[in-house]
Write a protein that binds this ligand. Structure first.
Ligand code: SAH
Length: 361
């Protein structure tokens, strides 16, 4: 049987795996063992699953597979940040990043190959969108990072802040989070997951109704509609005001807050007036602000403001009672920092070839 017609166990949740076993004429309880092998012990070869009956192992080997992204390259920054270039089944590449001691151990995970949002300061946006990742490819990044780094038995957080816009790939993203949350797999709670979004409103409203709730980070980046229209083009469809109204309605647990990310661009959105406007906009929202001084790149037509200017902006927020942090950029020497994820094929490929790649040829 060819791999393509096999059932891919990487793509399914535990109840679906139980059904797969029932369909194979096997007891459902083996599903938990298989889940533990895949997620807790990092084994994807059925022959290794030593507590399963021999006939089941043989049957799984012919009928099923666990597709796993392959590590094409690993680069370690001087600050310990490690960037993974992963190759997917169809030969496309994505990047995932391990960021140590922030103080938690954090995996920064991609949700799409490229991104369709075209934020004016983001390199990934320059790639355009190639395709959505599947749930198995999203959760698979966590498997690959945890096992490559010897962290399968450790606690870590995940942030959906790699390539792509998670709310533009809603079904697969949420399914991946449910797979990661399963107690027989990684058993991650929603508190250890952060979903970062530009604010695709219908999907954000839907997220508000989910039983599994990640922390929410909103990529705000501007304080007026005009400014945000230019920096985050989806604002022309779902405006700043509507986005903040949706945030006001968003169900957040006691003592929790929504994080607002604000990339700082010199002389564009970094004035004291912007800071005061930001305070007014966030009124009535349990918010904290994460300032991201721009990570510069040649293809990005903006400058990073001076530290003094960033401090002044931060002080205006904190004096008015808003918790604010300035993101220390990690892994810049290996281009692993925010907005710097872009796979080599897109970096070097000529436009004609890129079009062919987009069309899957
Ligand atoms: N699409 C989602 C997930 C990506 S998160 C989102 O936009 O929220 C990546 C974060 O890094 C976003 O807040 C993004 O706006 C920010 N970012 C992008 N380019 C950047 C750059 N050059 N410097 C600093 N931050 C950047």
């Amino acid at each position: 049987m060819s791999t393509t017609s096999r059932i891919d166990l990487a793509e399914i949740e535990l109840p679906e795996l139980e059904q797969v076993l029932a369909d194979l004429g096997q007891p459902r309880f083996h599903a938990r063992q298989i889940f533990q092998w895949i997620y807790k012990r990092g084994h994807v070869d059925f022959a290794d699953m030593s507590d399963l009956p021999r006939d089941l192992r043989a049957q799984l080997s012919t009928e099923c597979a666990v597709t796993t992204p392959a590590v094409e390259r690993m680069e370690r920054s001087i600050d310990g940040t490690t960037k993974f270039l992963l190759r997917l089944r169809d030969g496309k590449f994505i990047e995932s990043v391990f960021i140590p001691d922030t103080p938690a151990q954090t995996f920064c995970i991609s949700t799409q190959v490229g991104c369709a949002m075209k934020c004016a300061f983001c390199l990934t946006g320059k790639m355009g969108i190639y395709r959505n990742l599947t749930a198995g490819e999203i959760a698979g990044q966590v498997r690959v990072l945890a096992s490559s780094l010897g962290m399968l038995d450790q606690r870590f957080n995940i942030v959906l802040m790699g390539m792509g816009e998670p709310l533009h790939n809603y079904e697969a993203t949420m399914k991946a989070l449910r797979i990661l949350a399963d107690e027989h797999g990684f058993g991650m709670s929603g508190r250890r997951m952060t979903l970062s979004t530009v604010g695709v409103l219908p999907a954000l409203e839907r997220l508000a109704t989910e039983p599994l709730m990640p922390n929410l980070a909103i990529s705000l980046h501007a304080t007026t509609e005009d400014q945000r229209d230019l920096l985050v083009p989806i604002n022309r469809k779902y405006g700043l005001k509507e986005l903040l109204d949706a945030c006001r309605r968003f169900p957040i647990k006691r003592r929790e807050r929504i994080t607002f990310e604000y990339v700082m661009l010199q002389d564009v959105n970094d004035s004291p007036e912007d800071a005061r406007r930001l305070v007014r906009l966030l009124h009535g929202i349990r918010a904290k602000v994460n300032l991201l001084p721009l990570n510069e790149a040649p293809a990005i037509p903006f400058d990073r403001p001076s530290d003094d200017r960033v401090d002044r902006f931060a002080r205006i927020l904190s004096e008015r009672g808003i918790t604010v942090s300035v993101r220390k950029s990690r892994g810049r020497d290996i281009r692993a920092a925010c907005g710097q994820l872009i796979t080599d094929s897109a970096r070097t490929t000529a436009p004609g070839k890129r079009l062919a790649m987009l069309m899957g040829t």
